[in-house]
Design a protein around this ligand. Structure first.
Ligand code: UDP
Ligand code: MG
Length: 310
């Protein structure tokens, strides 16, 4: 039977969530009536999720396990989902049930109306700390301002995409990736659907602050040269100030003003400019490192067990 919906969930140590995820996805997708599959991408779990995924797949052939050789990260797991999904519509969903599977039907409705990317917008976030909400909100807004693509705010990876879109995304093999930016970049007819983000069903977040910062860095460097340009702006501003200062200093020296004999001013200027230069070098380094990673051309992920083709 032709598969209409591929539901893709990245899994990193989600043992307690897996049975509930399967149960709810199955209930929702069965009620919908069209053929579906559930692609579970195991991103190097160490808590027994791998065995659980195999077990689910054994009992239901609609569950397709893709098992990584190690942890490659959420974004790469989503990419593998795109690669292995066979449906006409591909839905990316978190495994912790923060994205309620029932919302898939709302997304599907918009897809049937002809939209090719239907992203779920977090109208409300339940049970998350104000710190997470605040940093997430800042994250979306900063990204929106400085990247060249208009990435919808308050939108995660939970979305439905048409086969056409996913076929384009599959060709984009960049290493440091930001899937929600990529899916905005491709264009097509896009629409948002609001939903209430639930609390994690079980377990802990796999996104500590350092991973969030890395994600933000990927988002910015993948879609913007802004950090590189900042160095140029700084250069112009400080050079401009220096040029303005020359006649002022000459004038004051001729007047015999005593303030211009100390070293403190010089020291501050040297330290400030030294700092700016080091930061600029660091930013250059970020981009060069990314270029180097791309140049190596390694595979994005390594699969230990791929789903059986039928
Ligand atoms: N995840 C993954 N690899 C990782 C980290 C997370 O596949 O290295 C998965 C995780 O299992 C979950 C989804 O990505 O299905 C979102 O992670 P999480 O719920 O921890 O993030 P949060 O909702 O707290 O931002
Ligand atoms: Mg979560």
């Amino acid at each position: 039977m032709k598969i209409v919906y591929s539901v893709v969930a990245p899994i990193y140590n989600e043992l307690e969530n897996l049975p509930e995820l399967y149960r709810r996805v199955k209930a929702v997708m069965d009620s919908n009536g069209e053929a579906w599959e559930l692609v579970l991408v195991d991103d190097g779990s160490t808590d027994g999720s791998t065995e659980k995924i195999r077990e689910l797949a054994q009992n239901d052939s609609r569950v397709r396990p893709v098992i990584f050789a190690r942890n490659f990260g959420h974004q790469i797991a989503i990419t593998a989902g795109w690669d292995y999904a066979r449906g006409d519509a591909i839905v990316i969903i978190d495994a912790d049930l923060q994205d309620p599977p029932e919302v898939i039907l709302d997304l599907a409705k918009k897809w049937k109306e002809g939209y090719e990317v239907v992203y779920a917008v977090r109208a409300e976030r339940e049970g998350e700390s104000w710190f997470k909400k605040f940093t997430a909100s800042m994250f979306y807004r900063i990204i929106y301002r400085i990247t060249d693509v208009k990435i919808p705010v308050d939108t995660g990876d939970f979305r439905l995409m048409d086969r056409k879109v996913v076929d384009v995304l599959k060709q984009m093999r960049e290493r440091h990736r930001f899937p929600r930016g990529m899916s905005a970049w491709v264009g097509f007819r896009q629409v948002g659907v609001e939903y209430k983000r639930a609390v994690r069903f079980a377990g802990e977040t796999k996104y500590p602050l350092n991973k969030m910062l890395l994600l933000a860095l990927n988002a910015i460097t993948s879609f913007s040269y802004f950090p590189l340009q900042v160095a140029t702006y700084f250069g112009f501003v400080s050079a401009g100030l220096a040029i303005l200062a020359i006649p002022v200093v000459i004038y004051l020296r001729m007047e015999g003003s005593p303030q211009f004999t100390g070293q403190a001013t010089t020291l501050i200027a040297v330290l400030f400019l030294g700092g700016v230069q080091l930061i600029s070098l660091g930013i250059l380094g970020e981009y060069i490192g990314r270029l180097y990673d791309e140049a190596k051309g390694r595979p994005l992920y390594i699969v230990r067990e791929a789903p059986k083709e039928e």
